[in-house]
Design a protein around this ligand. Structure first.
Ligand code: PEP
Ligand code: MG
Length: 587
């Protein structure tokens, strides 16, 4: 049967082109029954468990050997703990057997009950790092055992090769990091949002990505050739030989152009035709971006998303040392320029669920950002200690809080911060130096910015969440993606309100959401008076080129009229027209 080329339309997230063979990823949650068994099944159930222990042990050993060969012994060490747990009959397996016998529980149910009991017993441990590691090890071992009991066997991520396009429903941020680092050529996803964390990772690692590609997981078969065309938001499945070669040529040309382009703009200042200087800073999520940020002359880090340490370490919880190493490197690399490190903005998706261990029906409106942080002081204190210790060594630490919705949260945070500063200063004998600021990304914060400005040294506007919460449009939901537009006048009004409040108090407002790399957004922000923008380092030179062609004095009065318009579309074409008519620039 002849198989035809098929083109799918989606939404572009990362604009490159990726060509590779398809790996289809389907993630399912298995149903787990916890049930009573009759007396006569007890021996049989124990036998099932023993066989599962053997199968799981063999699998984990195989994984350890493979990871050790491919990624080194340090990472393979993770599996060592799992092997020990499976071998140490007294600590774990014997208790599961006892549970089956005494409570007449099926093996799967008994495994989970024992894991829950052990975690509860360990909860009081003073060594939080040991507790976290053991909790995660126990959870992992339980998963291996249940998979073995149910005869589930699957390939592991380390088997995915480089010349691959990953086709999936959606993928978790932690998996996107692993796959991206393996060098996969593209992502084609049925779901997701342009500013979701998975999309942010694809941008950080510069992996072409198209989302909202409905029906692709059913249509593509493993090993089919796939092209992800992030420029057009298309995915081509089983391209003809001719098409495939065309795309491969474009990939080569793009690589060459990008280098030439970098050379041209990198040493020029970001200054408008009428002499307004703009500071262009980098948003950093992963260590890979540090070099690029320096190469394009970023004037510091305007947003380091520290939750990525959690996402990278997942399923392990990072220790104080893990945090310290990352912060110390960032601060030193960019010194004397500022490095704004945002405290963990965990929440909404999986990683937070692992931390809080509760179910939330609407997590985006739930325990996220500073709320989760204040509810889990152990996580907060570990991070703060690491930040303050790293900050003692340089003079450029700026700490920033995520998802603040009211000034009270900052006041509570500052009390905890004061105690931690005292501890760290006593411990290190050094003085802690830093600035404290907040994200403005919730409408209530923007509307009370005047009060918040009393408590902090700077603001940074997160236009991604500000848009999500103002327009009531889930930033991760492709069904409503057409409504997600930061140029909506309501969002622009909140930005103005925030900027004025900061100006009155004499503190700086920067913007670190995606709006800071949208040319029309940049025109609005500069016309308003904002002079610091932070963005993915890959966009810095593009934005610099726009800035160098603007004359803000000529256009700003007209541009501010967008606040009278009714919707984002009108704003978009209004800005284009003003810029074209007044200064002859096509955006
Ligand atoms: C934002 O919301 O605009 C922002 C920069 O934060 P994040 O994208 O990490 O939520
Ligand atoms: Mg945000």
């Amino acid at each position: 049967m002849k198989v035809e080329e098929k083109i799918f339309k989606g939404t572009s997230v990362v604009p490159g082109i990726g060509v590779g063979k398809a790996v289809v990823l389907i993630i399912t949650d298995a149903d787990l029954y916890r049930m009573q068994i009759p007396d006569f099944r007890v021996e049989n159930e124990i036998e099932r468990l023993r066989k599962a222990v053997d199968i799981a042990s063999a699998r984990v050993e195989k994984m350890r050997n493979k990871v050790s060969k491919q990624l080194g012994t340090e990472l393979a060490g993770i599996f060592e703990a799992h092997i020990q747990l499976l071998k140490d009959r007294n600590f774990f397996i014997k208790r599961v057997e006892k549970k089956i016998k005494q409570n007449y529980l099926n093996a799967e149910g008994a495994v989970w009950e024992v894991v829950e009991e052990l975690i509860k017993d360990l909860k009081g441990l003073a060594d939080r790092t040991f507790y976290e590691r053991t909790r995660q090890d126990l959870n992992n071992v339980a998963i291996y055992l249940v998979e073995a009991l149910q005869g589930v066997s699957h390939h592991e991520i380390n088997e995915v090769g480089e010349d691959v396009v990953v086709v999936a429903d959606d993928i978790a941020p932690s998996l996107a990091i692993h796959l991206g680092r393996k060098g996969v050529k593209g992502f084609a996803l049925e779901h997701g949002g342009v500013t979701s964390h998975t999309s942010i990772i694809a941008k950080s690692l510069n992996i072409p990505m198209v989302i909202g590609v409905h029906g692709i997981t059913k249509s593509v078969r493993p090993n089919d050739h796939v092209v992800v065309d992030g420029r057009r938001g298309e995915v081509i499945v089983r391209p003809t030989q001719e098409h495939k070669e065309e795309y491969l040529t474009i990939v080569k040309i793009h690589k060459r152009r990008e280098v030439e382009y970098l050379d041209e703009l990198v040493s020029l200042p970001a200054v408008t035709l009428d002499g307004i200087e703009v500071a262009l800073l980098a948003n950093i999520d992963l260590a890979e971006e540090i070099n690029l940020a320096k190469k394009v002359n970023a004037q510091g880090v305007g947003l380091y998303r520290s939750e990525f340490i959690f996402i990278e370490k997942h399923p392990y919880t990072p220790t104080e040392n893990d945090h310290y190493n990352v912060y110390s490197k960032l601060l030193k690399e960019f010194s004397p320029n500022r490095v704004i490190i945002r405290t963990h903005d965990l929440g909404g998706k999986k990683v937070a669920q692992d931390v809080i261990e509760t179910h939330e029906d609407n997590p985006v409106l739930g325990l996220r950002g500073i709320r989760l942080f204040l509810a889990h002081k152990d996580i907060l204190e570990t991070q703060l200690r690491a930040l303050l210790k790293a900050g003692c060594e340089t003079d450029n630490l700026w700490i920033m809080l995520p998802l603040v919705s009211s000034v009270d949260e900052i006041i509570i945070f500052k009390e905890i911060l004061r105690d931690t500063v005292k501890d760290v200063e006593e411990q290190t004998g050094k003085q802690c130096k830093f600035k404290l600021g907040t994200m403005i990304e919730v409408p209530s914060a923007a509307l009370t910015a005047k009060h918040i400005a009393e408590e902090v040294d700077f603001f940074s506007i997160g236009t991604n969440d500000l848009t999500q919460y103002t327009l009531a449009v889930d930033r991760n939901n492709e069904h409503v993606a057409y409504l997600f537009d930061s140029l909506h006048p309501s969002v622009l009004k909140l930005i103005k309100e925030t900027f004025i409040a900061a100006q009155e108090k004499g503190i700086e407002t920067s913007v670190c959401g995606e709006m800071s790399c949208d040319p029309k957004g940049v025109v609005y922000l500069l016309s308003l008076g904002i002079r610091t923008l932070s963005m993915n380092p890959r966009n810095i030179l593009h934005v610099k080129r726009v800035i160098r062609n603007l004359n803000i004095g000529e256009i700003k009065d007209d541009i501010m009229k967008v606040l009278q318009l009714s919707n984002a579309k009108e704003v978009s074409s209004f800005i284009s027209n003003v810029v074209k008519d007044k200064i002859g620039l096509k955006l």
